[in-house]
Design a protein around this ligand. Structure first.
Ligand code: SF4
Ligand code: SF4
Ligand code: FES
Length: 376
């Protein structure tokens, strides 16, 4: 979206006060106020073509310190351009409907204070765009169909096969506490919007659905833990192994769900229950073995070990290997340990001991019916 390519840009200037530094509130106390420019992406799927260059409208508002982005959008819509479209409801970080990109990072508009954004970016202009990894429908509203499909695919409900108690299921406090972080997800899609893996693999289930999957796999009332793990572990389902650990979901989540942490927990559960024969799990092990042995990754054996005993896979790797060789990028075939590698080994051994003592007890699996391939 280069500036020079912008086909249409409209600027509306509104109410520029004589003194933009401070205005008086009702109690007479000085409140900081300044003029802020909002550059907002506009799009209407009903009129514009999908490949049209995005257009932006610019609005200038006088904004007091403490004002949220959602307040500003309301002001623009109610006073200046009624056609501006966005989702909002609670204004309180509860409903999860006001996700949008603010200077390229997805946030909830109702908890984003615009003065803080201008301070962080040292600029009084803020770029507002619809969430990523989902198709825009109108202005800042996106089609969240894929997000909901992914959530549905992990069966976000308890499945219980035993005999039912006379009254309610009693859950121990510590069991419930384990679920606190993931249970606070408000399904806003903010993590999904900023997920880097989703940009290249649209079928990836994404951070929110996987965090939710952990919530049920870890629920003491659910009897299909291993079945869930098996489905999430299967490469064709684009589950836990499609994540590249970029941490974006952890950084942007407004509810501190830390989806990556939940994904890593599922991986651990899957490996503990013997689900190790797939490229993701093999890659993970080869990576870890390399570091344990020499203190750094063994880039020669890593791809081969990830592929496993798979002739087709080896042939697929060959062109990459050739390109690396001819461009002088082929790593040294001898994987020499770095200085201090022995210390790293000791850390590994300590962690492995701990892992062994925490090994979880996993129930037997049943069939898992997975979603259809992702819609474009
Ligand atoms: S850590 Fe994984 S799930 Fe989270 S944003 Fe990055 S790739 Fe996506
Ligand atoms: S995990 Fe966080 S960012 Fe993702 S949908 Fe849930 S609350 Fe939103
Ligand atoms: S309006 Fe409900 S989360 Fe922002």
């Amino acid at each position: 979206m280069k500036d020079k390519k912008i086909a249409k840009e409209k600027t509306a200037k509104y109410k520029k006060p004589n003194n933009a530094d401070a205005v008086k509130n009702k109690s007479g106390k000085g409140v900081k106020s300044k003029i802020i420019k909002f550059r907002i992406q506009r799009f209407d799927a009903a009129k514009d073509k999908k490949d049209d260059t995005p257009r932006y409208d610019t609005f200038e508002l006088e904004v007091k310190e403490g004002t949220t982005l959602l307040d500003c959008l309301d002001m623009i819509k109610w006073k200046h351009d009624g056609s501006l479209t966005y989702r909002r409801n609670c204004k309180n970080s509860i409903c999860g409907s006001c996700g949008m990109k603010v200077n390229k990072r997805t946030k909830l508009a109702c908890e984003t204070q615009v003065h803080k954004v201008t301070e962080t970016f040292c600029s009084d202009e803020i770029l507002i765009e619809p969430m990523g990894n989902m198709k825009p429908v109108k202005d800042l509203v996106v089609d969240m169909g894929n997000f909901w499909d992914a959530l549905h695919a992990v069966k976000p409900w308890i499945i219980y096969d035993g005999s039912f108690p006379e009254k309610e299921f009693i859950m121990k406090k510590e069991e419930a506490k384990k679920l606190d972080a993931v249970a606070s997800c408000i399904m806003c899609g903010v993590c999904y919007s900023d997920c880097n893996s989703l940009e290249v693999e649209k079928r990836f289930l994404g951070p929110a659905a996987l965090a939710r999957a952990l919530r049920y796999a870890d629920d003491s009332r659910d009897t299909r833990k291993k079945e869930r793990l098996r489905a999430l572990n299967k490469p064709s389902n684009h589950g836990i192994w499609d994540c590249t650990h970029c941490f974006a979901c952890v950084q942007v989540c407004p509810m501190k769900v830390a989806p990556l942490e939940q994904i890593l927990k599922i991986r651990k559960y899957a490996q503990q229950s013997g689900m190790i024969f797939n490229p993701g799990a093999r890659h993970h092990k080869a990576f870890s073995d390399g570091v344990k042995h020499a203190g750094w990754i063994n880039e020669v054996t890593l791809p081969m070990k990830s592929v496993g005993l798979n002739i087709v896979g080896f042939f697929q790797l060959a062109p990459v290997g050739m390109r690396m060789y001819f461009k002088g990028k082929m790593p040294d075939i001898w994987h020499k340990p770095i200085v201090g590698a022995e210390e790293i080994k000791k850390i590994y051994l300590e962690l492995e001991k701990k892992e062994m003592s925490n090994k979880s007890d996993i129930k037997e699996p049943e069939l898992f019916e997975h979603r259809n391939p992702n819609k474009e």
